[in-house]
Write a protein that binds this ligand. Structure first.
Ligand SMILES: Cc1ncc(COP(=O)(O)O)c(C=O)c1O
Length: 395
């Protein structure tokens, strides 16, 4: 009687990495600087909250459209067409409970048992469990750290087999902060078309780009909209992580399958919060710009401080809320280094290997979730830690 489904027992345990490890120290009352969780620091902008409260007051508390409010899907289709260049219609858009739900629905809708799915390494670990729950197998395609984790078809092609069904793309990238160029995406698109593959494109950080760099959606490239499921969320852009609100764009032939999943698992997304999403998408661009400027100030601080530390080299991330410094000069494994930083410096950072073996020699430092003073404190602690470690190595 006491038996969970094989699909559960046969899949990897979901891990929260250093966040989980730090919880014992946190409960023991230790003063930790948290640079591990990718949680936005800011509060959700007031106009978004007000629109939601107003919707509640109006009585928007009942069942509504299974795909999401028509008025919201109209606005999202316009945004996808104009900003992302994806040929969207309201019926090719599905509102979801965050990007997590969008990816779950997508994998369940198109993957069969024994299908293979390429994850570009370093990969976002939370995609793995969903692929496994769908019965499919993840295959890792490591990108090259010494080539700035460039998206290169020649590093992906050797991992393709007759069973490969899909490539998962995250752009901008968690954990490296890379924003892929149009040429890199075109290379991946050519590969997908040549091998008749689907692409799942996670664009949760689409708005969080710096230095005038442009984020491109792969579905906008010729021939890609029909083979790409593109997923977005309000989570990071608008500091709405707890709202659980996202959306996806999919070709017609996938949408019926997607609806079968979402209509069965959630029926539809909570009605009144969708009015908050509408306020976000129709709102003043200035709101978004202010949040991104705030992230940029933190990024600049973190990257310049990391690069002043002996043995640490940090490339400038042009997107996301993560720096991915190279600490290989110490000859200490990334996990051991992250554990020691927690123990000895009271700073929580993630080991690069949490994102796959190709993240070895790196740490992921999130600059999005603590206030600027706490980030400075974290950098002071890391500076002392690396100074001491460097001296130790020399003596
Ligand atoms: C790459 C990536 N995809 C998806 C998510 C989850 O998004 P959501 O909270 O909208 O489900 C995150 C959150 O950290 C992420 O980094």
């Amino acid at each position: 009687m006491k038996r969970v489904a094989a699909r559960i027992s046969g899949t990897s345990e979901k891990s929260f990495g250093m966040y989980q490890k730090a919880s014992a120290a946190r409960h023991a009352g230790r003063d930790l600087v948290h640079l591990e969780l990718g949680r936005p620091h800011a509060d959700t902008p007031v106009p978004i909250k007000e629109a939601t409260i107003e919707a509640l007051r109006r009585g928007e508390v009942h069942y509504s459209d299974l795909r999401g409010l028509p008025v919201l899907r109209d606005a999202l289709a316009a945004k996808l067409s104009q900003r992302n260049g994806i040929p969207a219609t309201p019926d090719s858009v599905l509102v979801t409970c965050g990007l997590t739900h969008a990816s779950f629905a997508a994998f369940m809708a198109v993957l069969d048992p024994d299908d293979e799915v390429i994850l570009l390494e370093p990969y976002y670990p939370q995609h793995l469990g969903k692929i496994e729950l769908a019965g499919a197998k993840a295959v890792f395609a490591p990108l090259d750290a010494s080539d700035d984790f460039t998206l290169r078809p020649d590093l992906i092609e050797p991992h393709l087999t007759a069973r490969t069904r899909m490539i998962v793309l995250v752009n901008p990238v968690n954990p490296t902060g890379r924003v892929y160029t149009k040429a890199e995406l075109q290379g991946l698109a050519d590969l997908a078309i040549r091998h008749d593959l689907l692409v799942f494109s996670d664009e949760v950080y689409e708005d969080i780009v710096y230095d005038g760099v442009t984020h491109h959606s792969i579905a906008a490239l010729p021939g890609m909209a029909e083979r790409t499921i593109s997923a977005f969320a309000f989570t990071k852009s608008y500091a709405m992580d707890g709202w659980r609100l996202g959306y996806l764009h999919a070709p017609d032939w996938v949408m019926a399958g997607l609806l079968k999943i979402t209509a069965n698992d959630v029926t539809h997304v909570n009605t009144f919060i969708q009015y908050g999403a509408l306020a976000a998408i129709n709102g003043d661009r200035e709101i978004l710009d202010r949040l991104i400027a705030d992230d940029k100030a933190r990024r600049d601080l973190v990257v310049s401080r990391l690069n002043q530390m002996p043995g640490v080299r940090c490339a400038l991330p042009h997107g996301s809320i993560y720096a991915f410094p190279d600490i290989s000069a110490f000859g200490i494994g990334a996990q051991e280094m992250a554990d020691r930083i927690l123990e000895e410096a009271g700073v929580v950072v993630e080991a690069g290997t949490f994102y796959g073996a190709s993240g070895e020699g790196h740490l992921r430092v999130c600059f999005g979730s603590e206030g600027i003073e706490r980030i400075s404190e974290g950098m002071d602690r890391l500076q002392s830690f690396f100074n001491a470690l460097w001296q130790e190595g020399k003596s």
